[in-house]
Design a protein around this ligand. Structure first.
Ligand code: IMP
Ligand code: MG
Length: 182
């Protein structure tokens, strides 16, 4: 295990089980098993691994879109304001859309993203997050689909970072406080 990790919160196996559960619900709710179409938005960079595992379990006509959202900088606390950059030809108008987030913490990012996507006139917008840290909410918002509710700990791995590190860990681990409280 990486020496900066205090303990493993979710193993690779637990993550995959959670994703299978989410995919099954999404396939049913959006009629994907009947061949309906869905545009799935990857919120870079944190959700990239979750996104790639999730889309492989979705059926129907799946389209992919990408945007970059950033708020943190080099801290473990959200700055509250969210910067968004869209990949070229980003297209959601009149589409059924699913926003894929890694983790909902204060709720600022998911709230801002949902409003921005809605302003582009999609047919329908829903949100999925792998992790939910409800104890730190500033905006009362919940994703339509949640993988795991977790305690108030700073986690990394499976796409999630601290200062851009640890994204490649295949599990989700609690980062040692000594790493970010220097
Ligand atoms: P929010 O705007 O405070 O809800 O923060 C959402 C974003 O902050 C997430 O998409 C993550 O990128 C990042 N974030 C929040 N908590 C953590 C954490 O424990 N580890 C890594 N990133 C986090
Ligand atoms: Mg994120």
């Amino acid at each position: 295990m990486n020496p900066d990790i205090q303990s493993v919160l979710l193993t690779e196996e637990q993550i995959q089980q959670g994703i299978a559960r989410l995919a099954q619900q999404i396939n049913t709710d959006f009629g994907l098993t009947q061949g309906q179409s869905l545009t799935v938005i990857c919120v870079l960079r944190g959700s990239v691994l979750f996104f790639s595992d999730l889309i492989q379990k979705l059926c129907g006509d799946i389209r992919l879109e990408f945007l970059n959202a950033s708020s943190y900088g080099m801290s473990d606390v959200s700055s509250g304001s969210v910067n968004v950059n869209y990949a070229s030809n980003f297209e959601v108008e009149n589409k059924n859309v699913l926003i894929v987030e890694d983790i909902v913490d204060t709720g600022c990012s998911l709230d801002a993203l949902t409003k921005l996507i809605k302003s582009r006139q999609p047919a329908q917008v829903k949100t999925v997050c792998l992790l939910d840290k409800p104890s730190r909410r500033k905006i009362e918002i919940q994703a339509d689909y949640t993988g795991f509710v977790i305690p108030d700990e700073f986690v990394v791995g499976y796409g999630m970072d601290f200062a851009q590190r640890y994204r490649n860990l295949p599990y989700i681990g609690i980062l040692k406080k000594s790493v970010y409280q220097k």
